[in-house]
Design a protein. Structure first.
Length: 270
């Protein structure tokens, strides 16, 4: 395990686990965490041995969002200084969204504000039953950030997003799961294990094809059908000539499991 002041990194086979480590403050965000996470994501994306990434929080809570003590100090900053601070969060949101490898959020306890933004910026979300989510900016006279209104609007009805943002009242993992915004709902204490297992399954897949699939899925809501058809056509043309599809088709025809990463799996791994 390697560590920075606010981020721990560990390896679970082909899965890189990033742990926001500030449990005494429910993993509230800090500039140190943003710096460490950006570096860790860049390193994971460049590492051919990493097939998937899991983002989680230390202890019993994923992330409480911004530190209100820090937010209070920003009142003394200029508008440009406040923008620069917000770009630390927004830069990490973009990095999570644009990562070429699958990124899975493992949420125990809950996620609030910018912490929820980070969870939703991931490709997949595993949450423990009873986990609580909140967008409570309005309670202190603030507006949402971190892309949370965009992510939620892609996932759930506008009325839900508006209610949650205007009232600041919490909502639970069961409701998000019912709405389709949580992929896996698991027993308390099992979110990280489930996310790692999901990541290990994805890590066995074709990396270049999955990166292209991620890009198609991200862009689809912003494109017309014709634009998306064109993008899908070009992605398919490229993937049909790739070594990954050659292996996948050969494996299918020979009734064996595909080996996209140059190693045959043992029966135990299967």
């Amino acid at each position: 395990m390697s560590a920075s002041q606010r981020l721990f990194v560990r390896h679970e086979g082909a899965v890189r686990v990033l742990v926001n480590h500030h449990p005494e403050r429910r993993n509230a965000l800090s500039p140190e965490f943003f710096d460490g996470a950006m570096q860790a994501l860049a390193a994971a994306e460049q590492d051919a041995q990493v097939g998937a990434i899991v983002l989680t929080g230390a202890g019993s809570f994923f992330c409480a969002g911004g530190d209100l003590n820090s937010l209070a100090l920003r009142r003394e900053m200029t508008a440009d200084e406040r923008r620069q601070r917000l770009e630390l969060l927004h830069g990490l949101v973009r990095r999570l969204r644009d990562c070429g490898k699958p990124v899975i959020a493992a949420v125990e306890g809950g996620a609030a504000g910018a912490g929820l933004s980070l969870a939703l910026a991931c490709d997949l979300l595993v949450a423990a039953r009873g986990a609580q989510f909140g967008i409570s900016y309005v309670k202190v006279g603030l507006t949402p950030d971190g892309g949370i209104t965009s992510f939620l609007s892609d996932l759930v009805p506008r009325q839900c997003v508006t209610e949650w943002c205007l009232t600041g009242r919490p909502f639970d993992a069961e409701r998000l799961h019912a709405l389709g915004a949580v992929n896996r709902l698991v027993a308390p204490g099992q979110a990280l294990a489930e996310a790692i297992a999901l990541g290990q399954d994805l890590a066995r897949g074709p990396a270049r094809a999955m990166a292209a699939i991620k890009a198609l899925c991200r862009a689809a809501p912003e494109r017309t059908l014709d634009e998306q058809l064109d993008a899908e056509r070009e992605a398919m043309v490229l993937s049909q000539a790739d070594a990954e599809s050659a292996e996948g088709i050969a494996a299918f025809l020979n009734k064996r499991r595909p080996d996209f990463h140059g190693r045959r799996e043992t029966r135990a791994e299967r």
